[in-house]
Design a protein around this ligand. Structure first.
Ligand SMILES: [Zn+2]
Length: 548
């Protein structure tokens, strides 16, 4: 909604809020001074923001909500997720019993009520009008408020950098953030946190303080501070006052047009709840994975894009087979968790300890099981296949969209197809979906499957009339997002004799899919739908990460 001068003039006159002669004087003045006649009227006291709001509200036939006089509380603001709020430019103005008053600067939006109503089941929503820049001011609540903290530190200190950095680290640990991004723009630097896979803006600072911050981060991660034009990677071992153990932070600095962008991955230093059920594997899949992992040789590949939880799955497998009678050696980049009783090697390109060289060295150490962080070139793939053929269980991640595409992609690297067929034991495809928050989970029934048609027929065909679904209403625990934590959705492709024969012929993804579908393959999407039915996640979330 655009509240420009013309529009304001129209509604003011239409509602008899102001006389034509006053507008004429104001316009004359505005023309002379190259200003806005609204500013003049405001300045002369002939008009107030509330009157403008009233006039517009009346023109839309709704009430006016004065956000400046009655600012909603932060927890009320969070009742509408940021994305939705900004899309429809809405905030919750007030809430009394079952009555919820919504303010927007455009009450004419058709889908507005329909899209907000699901957030407030059993409540009566009333749409009212608010002034655009007052709505923008309320949106600032969505930011977690690091910006205000930065400003305070900058005001009170000459040397602000160490304190700002600690503030960012502490806030990130508190919110269980996986990545911190410092993104320089032309005049400011935006700090963003990735929480449960989604990036959120959490604060900003003036750019003049940024150089000191980057310099300090470089010193802490033992990088060159005089280097501004090439990418650098390092690690900070951070001793947090609020944590008993050290936290490893992997720092990556990349030059951009507006300055050096810093991304920091927070690595947990030990494996806690990493059971196969914790990551979301059904009992049937757990049995299958244990059966494959207990074979003395062969290869298990876990595929998926970056951040899909591949390494976590492999660590869970390693935990199962980690007994005193066997030797497990890993080569990783980076070592993400330390596991007691296994030998973990960190890739180091400066000393030429690559995946390939490391793997060759490990082979001379007589291991039973080898975990290679990632197979990404022919050299590593060749050694891995050989290891798997000669009595070792090989575990690795592989960058492919799903289990079926991994087969042609692996062959494309240059490995003999028949060798791929005879070593591959199991390919796991996976993604992470957000879990519905347990503290505010509610169920609801769909009367007719047709209500799900908007998700596509691929989704709808998995449900029946009267099916029960679940969602999170939003609460303090989940920062009003309705989601808390993540869980994997999986697909398993274990090699049958028929598939081995097919792989030897260098098949396309389509060929592979055709065969495994006839053998009862369950895709990640289908596993996701099962998790929707079980109330673990939502249809929206499954479609977001897997598609259909
Ligand atoms: Zn919740």
């Amino acid at each position: 909604m655009n509240f420009n001068d013309e529009a304001i003039k129209k509604v003011l006159l239409a509602g008899n809020y102001i006389e034509e002669k006053d507008i004429a004087i104001a316009e004359e003045y505005a023309k002379e001074h190259r200003g806005s006649f609204v500013d003049y009227l405001l300045g002369q006291g002939l008009l107030s923001r509330a009157i403008i709001g009233q006039a517009f509200a009346e023109s839309f036939g709704v009430s006016y909500s004065d956000l400046e006089a009655h600012s909603p509380r932060k927890e009320q603001v969070f009742l509408i997720p940021e994305e939705l709020a900004k899309k429809y430019r809405t905030v919750v103005y007030s809430q009394k019993g079952s009555d919820v008053v919504i303010a927007t600067d455009d009450p004419t939006q058709e889908e507005l009520l329909a899209n907000l109503q699901p957030l407030f089941p059993d409540k009566k929503l009333t749409i009212t009008l608010a002034i655009p820049d007052e709505i923008d001011a309320i949106f600032a609540n969505y930011h977690l408020g690091l910006g205000a903290i930065f400003a305070k530190i900058i005001d009170s200190k000459g040397r602000a950098a160490p304190e700002i950095i600690n503030q960012i680290f502490e806030e990130a640990l508190l919110l269980k953030v996986s990545d911190i991004h410092c993104e320089p723009e032309e005049h400011r630097v935006v700090i963003r946190f990735r929480i449960d896979g989604v990036l959120h803006d959490v604060g900003e600072m003036p750019k003049e303080y940024y150089e000191n911050i980057v310099n300090r981060l470089k010193v802490q991660s033992k990088l060159r501070i005089d280097e501004h034009f090439s990418a650098q990677d390092g690690v900070i071992r951070y001793a947090s006052p609020s944590h008993t153990e050290m936290v490893d932070l992997r720092v990556s600095i990349v030059p951009t047009l507006d300055g050096e962008k810093v991304a920091i991955r927070i690595l947990s230093s030990s494996v806690r709840d990493l059971g196969l059920s914790d990551i979301g594997l059904s009992l049937a899949l757990q049995e299958q994975i244990i059966k494959s992992a207990k074979k003395p040789f062969g290869m298990i590949l876990v595929t998926g894009p970056t951040g899909s939880g591949k390494t976590t799955t492999l660590y869970s497998i390693i935990k199962i087979i980690n007994t005193r009678g066997t030797n497990i050696t890993t080569i990783e980049d980076p070592v993400e968790y330390k596991i007691h009783g296994i030998n973990q090697i960190q890739v180091n390109t400066q000393t030429n300890l690559t995946f390939g060289n490391g793997l060759r060295a490990i082979m001379r150490q007589d291991p039973n099981t080898i975990f290679v962080g990632e197979i990404r070139d022919l050299e590593t793939a060749d050694i891995a296949v050989n290891a798997a053929l000669t009595g070792h269980l090989m575990l690795s991640t592989f960058h492919a969209n799903n289990a079926a595409t991994a087969i042609p992609r692996f062959i494309d690297m240059g490995v003999e197809p028949f060798l791929v067929g005879s070593t591959l034991e199991l390919i796991v495809g996976q993604r992470l979906v957000r879990k519905i928050c347990d503290s505010c989970k509610v169920s609801f029934r769909i009367n007719k499957v047709a209500e799900l048609e908007s998700f596509g027929s691929e989704v709808a065909r998995h449900f029946k009339d009267g099916a029960t679904l679940y969602k999170g209403n939003g609460c303090e625990v989940c920062s009003h997002t309705g989601y808390k934590g993540r869980i994997g959705v999986f697909e398993f492709l274990s090699t049958s004799p028929e598939l081995q024969n097919l792989i030897a012929k260098s098949p396309s993804t389509k060929d592979v899919m055709a065969l495994i579908k006839s053998q009862g393959f369950v895709s990640m999407f289908e596993d996701g739908i099962e998790k929707v039915k079980a109330g673990m996640t939502t249809i929206e979330e499954v479609l977001r990460v897997v598609g259909s």
